[in-house]
Design a protein around this ligand. Sequence first.
Ligand code: HEC
Length: 499
Amino acid sequence: MRWFFLGWTLCSVPLSGYAQSSEPNLTLQVRALLRSRCLECHSGLGRSSLAILDHGQLLRSDRPLPIVQPRKPEASLLLDLVAEGSMPPGIKPKLTADEVALLRNWIRRGAASFPKEFGERFVFETILQDMKSVTFADRKWMRYVSFAHLIGDTPQDLGRLTEEVAALREVLKTVSKATGDPLKPIETTGTLFRLNLKELGWDAQRFQRVPPRSPKEFEKWNLFDLVLLDYPQAMTYPASQLYDQVMSEVLVPMDQVRPVAYLHGDWLRLYLSHQTVREEMVRLIKYTPTIKRSPTDEPAPLFRPTKFESPLPVELPVGYHFDQGKLIPPIDSPAVHTFPLKKPPFDVEFEIVDAATRQPRRQFTQRQRFAFTLKSNRDVYVELYWQEIGGGRLQSLGDPLVKAYQPRLLDKVRDERGVESDLMFSDDIGTERLIFFASDEKFPPGELIRFDHPTDPIERLIHPLPLERSSDGKYHLSWDPNRMVKRTIEYTIVERLKK
Ligand code: HEC
């Protein structure tokens, strides 16, 4: 899977800027050693039935001399054989004294477990296990970060992993109010971590609906939800039993804007290193807006063209995902202007045109009449999010607005009393954005939410993607974001010359 987005700018804190004092995890070093020096004969399928990466098998106690006896190197056959030089056998190069010491040290410290493979199965199983230690009420605040996908075939991978973990720790401290270590390891290889939103101050709910709805309170979306909107690597597994379990035991209690069980730590580090993101997170943690009493108290909306560009998504290693995964595209990320760039699920064209000539334009004058043209090869539902100079506005355009092969021209608006008038620009001058969503399946209307900061409000359009329970008790996505097409048109309104 490759990703191409428009308008990326990379501006991340360089990895080398962080202290790299910490040693790679001991258990991982042992696994890497066994893998590179023993696996060729000990996959469990060759002459020896010993599968060297099967931790359970190494520790089996139903044999006279255990292969590995935790805390007792002297009673472990494995250490015996490598120390005396019989393994690896024959002319194979023997382990160095340091390598033997590494194994001895690992056994002495309890021979902590490692997975055979660092695939998504390991990640999900470990998260499920960890969630069992958390009360149901607290699960709402727990989030997971994984670096497991960084573990590959080379020893350098371990160094990279150690750096990445350290770097994420540092960045997290700058965008949270955590006083202790924000990353809690949840297994022995140091690749999976838990975040507690309450400790980070990321549980803060700062957004109100535009216009606010009753009861007068903040929307439930928190700072982590905001991160999820931009996360480009979210996958879902409709055919996996393990994922079914993740949904009911992890994702339902988390109750997020997108059902994402964990984030890739390297992406999160890159993302939080982005200056705009950091500034936004800090503002959201520090400032609590007051609740508005009624929709009519709404101050004049303020729109600032977003300067936000999300960092490049990291490409996943081939074969990383098990089963038939499906992407949850970051359709509501303000940095993703067009989606998908390749192979949309249907053809759709959307244009803003001069009302008189019906030609597409990117520049208009004040008070000029305009229109939209739409056409598609399917019946499609359409929604417009209009970032006007005066403020964001959302318009859902009703049941299949565009019928297959029947181009439409929209040049009128209807007010509350049903009076129609021409679409026309106001006197405002500047650049505006028109964001267009279409799907051949019905989708719930977007929600416009805003953080009312006195000088730098934050606005987002979101299409929440909750899990839905079917009659067989299983959960599934309530609608398919992969059927959505997003297009953004930017145009400018210039001054009208006086006659
Ligand atoms: C070139 C192939 C080869 C390599 C490389 C190799 N082994 Fe072996 N190993 C064998 C074979 C074959 C046996 C089975 C010998 C037998 O059962 O007679 C064996 C047996 C063992 C046993 C005993 C298994 C048991 O069930 O009693 C252990 C432990 C072991 N190897 C550890 C290692 C370790 C650790 C490494 C890497 C540092 C390693 N081996 C590398 C071929 C290899």
